[in-house]
Design a protein around this ligand. Sequence first.
Ligand SMILES: [Zn+2]
Length: 114
Amino acid sequence: MGKTQPTAETCDNCGRVIGKLETPHLLHGEHVVCADCYQRLHPQPPVQTIEATAKLWKAVQAIGVLGILVGVVMLVIGIRNQGDAAMTGLGALFIVPGCIGYIVGRVCAWWFHG
Ligand SMILES: [Zn+2]
């Protein structure tokens, strides 16, 4: 009480004394805050979520392309087998959602990227 320690710093946010072993953090270049407050107050860059979303849509596109490739291979095999209806039908079943997945992935990647 009344005695001030020149070496000890207090947190500008919560007023807690920042110990010598703790690392004082600078917030906005002027406020000295403790590590806890710094983590809570420091704005997290939204870049990570954008990258995660982009990766998700890229994955959707990749799955779509894979579906188209598998479908085309099945179609070719079906046609070679004297028009194997089951095989060609299965191929079409892969190509249609594959195209949809690819288009949705492309559109969403473009849409969410701004
Ligand atoms: Zn604090």
